[in-house]
Design a protein around this ligand. Structure first.
Ligand code: EPU
Length: 417
């Protein structure tokens, strides 16, 4: 198993380029099931979750060829309608194959994903939506079995904003008979990306990125070539790395408009953020100021940036109140940040962070993807040496993060444990 060793205290400087978005790429890969033939996805990040998605598609009978960041997926030969426990347990998003398989073949069997470190994460709204589209759903021995001759359009109102649920039903409804309207739909940029790829395949989807998505079902979709949007969470993580180290960096390839909520809060904390010709410059202040955040569905403050923002508040002047409103158990990084000398208390879904002058390097353990990122950030800003173990979590969602940070002048290496 690999671990990271960081010698903190270097001000980050220079340029870094953001990779394609993990959370956009996963549903785009799955959507190819709906379009038999040779699809091409470009700007694919090199990540463990992408490899898992490829394994899922191959297990269904698709042929996948990777050439660096361009992946070609031939879905003509899909002959299995089942995603097994082994695959779904390693990556929850694999459950998204249920709707597309059902839409194309009239049947599908997919393992239930179960909970994960950050919360219970049920898929009840995915299943309720598929039922509204006419699917017959049964749950047996930890598997969801779905059947439908042809799905039929319906009006679906989500109880809570769900990114995966919205994506799942957009895919299932694309080839349903008649019109589907998704109300209280999630509005994340990754949903817009999926809508654009499905439309390129011949779907008729309007309103992706708003809370009402209208889908006119078409009889079939054809293969497409599509470029994945940049990873906004990776970009946000670099922004915080610059801010926390008093650095001055330029980030290429990111879309600042996807990170308004984060950027406004960082500016309140005293960070300079400017954008010119598609390059975003982030300059940290001498001393950060404390600000409060509440995580919300997009365009609110992203839960996927909460851990990193908390690491930054650990060295800000004053106290910051951080509320996590999306996942019930997304504070596992707190006990690890305490090892660096941070002053954090938790009550329910709220953490109060009292900023200190300097963190001190510490041995720490990654517990989930974004928690891992927060430990790296703490290590970059701390005095002394930090070790981050269990970084397989990190490899799920950050492409070569240690190389990119080293390119900005950080003293960070990956070693075998
Ligand atoms: N929820 C339900 N029922 C459902 C679906 C969701 O109660 O049927 C609840 C969840 O338990 C959660 C809330 O609704 O409390 C929001 O969950 P959502 O469905 O939006 O999350 P997701 O689709 O499972 C995606 C990202 C997450 C990100 C969340 C929120 C992917 C593959 N994952 O998850 O990313 O945190 O949206 O923005 O897109 C990460 O990248 O580290 C990560 C966890």
């Amino acid at each position: 198993m690999d671990k990271l060793i960081i010698k903190g205290g270097k001000k980050l400087k220079g340029e870094v380029t953001v990779s394609g978005s993990k959370n956009a790429a996963l549903p785009l890969f799955v959507a190819t099931i709906l379009a038999p033939g040779l699809n091409e996805i470009r700007n694919v990040p090199f990540l463990r979750d992408i490899n898992t998605t490829i394994k899922v598609l191959e297990s269904l009978g698709a042929q996948v060829e990777g050439n660096g960041h361009v992946v070609r997926i031939n879905t003509s030969g899909i002959n299995s309608h089942e995603a097994t426990y082994d695959l779904v347990k390693t990556m929850r998003a694999s459950v998204l194959v249920l709707g597309p398989l059902l839409a194309r073949f009239g049947q599908a069997r997919v393992s239930l994903p179960g909970g994960c470190a950050i919360g219970a994460r049920p898929i009840n709204l995915h299943l309720k939506g598929l039922q509204a589209l006419g699917a017959e759903i049964t749950l047996e021995h930890g598997y969801v079995e779905a059947k439908a001759r042809r799905l039929k359009g319906a009006r679906i109102n989500f109880d809570v904003s769900t990114v995966g649920g919205t994506e799942h039903l957009m895919m299932a409804a694309a080839t349903a008979k008649g019109e589907t309207v998704l109300e209280n739909a999630a509005r994340e940029p990754e949903i817009v990306d999926l809508g654009m790829m499905l439309n390129r395949m011949g779907a008729k989807i309007e309103g992706a990125g708003t809370d009402t998505i209208r889908i006119q079902g078409v009889s079939e979709l054809s293969p497409a070539s599509y470029e994945v949007m940049p990873d906004r969470i990776e970009a946000g993580t670099f922004m915080i790395a610059a801010a926390m180290t008093g650095g001055d960096i330029r980030i290429n390839g990111m879309k600042l408009e996807h990170l308004d909520a984060l950027a406004f809060k960082m500016q309140d904390a005293g960070v300079e953020i400017t954008s010119r010709d598609g390059v975003v410059r982030v300059k940290g202040p001498k001393r950060l100021a404390s600000v409060n955040i509440k995580t919300r569905p997009y365009p609110g403050f992203p839960t996927d940036m909460q851990a990193q923002f908390m690491a930054m508040m650990c060295v800000a002047d004053g106290a910051s109140v951080i509320s996590e409103n999306i996942f019930e158990n997304r504070f596992m990084h707190v006990s690890e940040l305490l090892r660096f000398g941070a002053d954090i208390t938790i009550e329910g879904n709220t953490a109060t962070v009292k900023g200190i002058k300097k963190l001190s390097g510490a041995p720490s353990m990654a517990t989930d993807l974004r928690a891992s990122a927060s430990l790296i950030l703490a290590g970059l800003a701390a005095d002394g040496t930090t070790e981050v173990t269990r970084i397989y979590h990190l490899d799920r969602g950050y492409e070569s993060i240690e190389k990119k940070l080293a390119g900005l002048g950080a003293d960070i290496i990956r070693v075998k444990e």
